[in-house]
Design a protein around this ligand. Structure first.
Ligand SMILES: *Cc1c(COP(=O)(O)O)cnc(C)c1O
Length: 471
């Protein structure tokens, strides 16, 4: 399997070449040249596989530069009941007739990012050892991504993590999750500033090509193809749990920010998994809902990006969206560049409303969307607790609200649970007046010793810190 860039660069790459990379050299995103097709016989064989073996089968279709036995071992080591809390790894539970929650948040940091990041940690360690190389991961986080990356990379050989976060702005639980890690290779850097300052620092350091090369700086952000690929697996696992046979369609609703999670659903659907509808659920930051309703994709300015109670979906643009639009315009790289380079670069928006391809987003690719507000979120958390004795987090609540608006009789609707309520306790308390239950392993973590340094919002200070801690 070879990978191409959405922006038309002539090079083709193999999986392990793009594993440690971010954007393609022309600024595009990597995608497989074709989507492997899965027929009903294959689905029948996969239906009864344990999660780690299902992961191996799907990954094998996209990875041909890691020996099968090694890839199998990596999947077996990653997806264990010990790490993810159950043999099913992503258990499905029925809320009411035809509406299900797929639990993706029982990994080490209690958010769905563990599903991909845990695999990435093992793939990185494997590939770096094979190359005799090292990697220093530099990131910016306001919560879920940073902790998932740290728990995936802790103790891994050849990898260091330098994770910046806005000082004092994460929830006490999220801070404790990250700062209590005592591993030598994990560096928490609290920046005096806001999340945008952290992102600017990461950009500035990455743009210093000399520094980047010398200190082997890499990232683990959501545009990484390996992360997206790992997420494809749980659409198959969810499908098998929601159906008794492989001729039944299923719909999924996905709480969305950077479009990474739902893009994995798009890939599963392109492979032939019988997905009827993919519902993109957004919060007040409704860039994606606006596109799927109107055909206009309009990137928001920083002042128009809201801080909401489902903060992991607070985005001004959706960094994986380009992957879907590439398929939508028939993989026409010139057209794609016109939209994402010319139109977005010049005007900050593009408009497909008058283009016949826009109809295909719904008709051919199955996309729908929905949007919710803080009040919707609270109402959904209350309603779900009251009627089904089930506690959900604010992101999952956004999903459930959008799902309810898109139900089709006879087609199971699977809502992806993207975090556990304890991670976003303040909003759950606002809705219900009570603290969500906390898994045993997190009891008292706020009181543990913290490993974190404070630095000013200055790229040079961060560079100096990295240089000092690299040998
Ligand atoms: C990251 C995240 C999302 C958004 O996922 P995308 O892949 O960026 O669309 C939704 N919910 C939670 C809890 C998250 O951590």
């Amino acid at each position: 399997m070879n990978y191409l860039s959405t922006r038309g660069h002539p090079d083709r790459k193999r999986f392990c070449e793009i594993l440690l990379e971010g954007l393609a050299p022309d600024g595009g995103l990597y995608l497989p040249e074709t989507y492997p097709q899965v027929d009903t016989d294959t689905l029948a064989k996969w239906r009864t596989l344990p999660y780690n073996e299902l992961a191996f089968e799907i990954l094998s279709l996209y990875i041909d530069d890691i020996p099968a036995a090694d890839l199998k071992a990596i999947c077996a080591k990653t997806y264990t009941a010990e790490v993810f809390g159950s043999d099913e790894i992503v258990p499905l539970r029925e809320l009411e007739d035809g509406v299900y929650l797929e639990a993706l948040s029982n990994g080490p940091t209690l958010a769905f990012k563990d599903m991909a990041m845990q695999l990435l940690g093992n793939l990185f360690e494997y590939e770096l050892a094979r190359r005799g190389a090292e990697l220093n991961i530099l990131g910016a986080t306001s919560g879920d991504t940073g902790s998932a990356a740290e728990y995936a990379m802790r103790g891994k050989k050849g990898v260091r993590v330098f994770m910046t976060s806005p000082d004092g702005r994460m929830s006490p639980f999220q801070q404790a999750q990250m700062f209590s890690l005592q591993d030598e290779n994990i560096h928490n850097i609290a920046i005096t500033g806001v999340f945008d300052d952290c992102q600017d620092i990461v950009k500035a350091v990455s743009n210093d090509l000399g520094f980047k090369r010398k200190y082997r700086i890499g990232t683990v952000n959501s545009i990484n193809w390996a992360r997206l690929l790992a997420q494809v697996v749980y659409y198959f696992a969810g499908y098998f749990q929601a159906t008794a046979s492989n001729d039944k369609p299923v719909s999924f609703t996905v709480p969305s920010g950077n479009f990474g999670n739902v893009c994995a659903g798009h890939v599963a659907r392109m492979m032939g998994l019988p997905i009827q509808t993919l519902v993109v659920a957004t919060n007040e930051n409704d860039v994606l809902d606006e596109f799927f309703r109107t055909g206009v994709y309009r990137v928001r300015a920083a002042v128009d990006t809201h801080e909401t109670s489902s903060p992991s979906m607070d985005i001004s643009k959706a960094s994986n969206f380009e992957r879907f639009v590439f398929d939508l315009v028939g993989r026409d790289a010139a057209r794609l560049r016109q939209l994402f380079v010319d139109d977005l670069g010049l005007r900050g928006s593009f408009d497909l409303s008058a283009d016949p391809v826009f109809q295909q987003a719904a008709e051919r690719f199955g996309f729908r969307s929905g949007r919710s507000t803080h009040a919707d979120r609270l109402a959904m958390i209350r309603d779900t607790e009251k009627r089904f004795a089930t506690l959900i987090d604010p992101h999952t609540a956004d999903g459930l609200k959008a799902a309810r608006e898109q139900l089709t009789p006879g087609v199971p609707m699977v809502v992806l649970e993207t975090a556990l309520p304890i991670k976003f306790a303040a909003t759950v308390v606002e809705a219900l007046g009570e603290e969500p239950a906390r898994p045993k392993k997190f009891e008292g973590i706020e009181a543990l010793p913290k490993r974190v340094v404070q630095l000013p919002a200055d790229a040079e200070a961060v560079k100096a810190y990295i240089a000092e801690h690299c040998d």
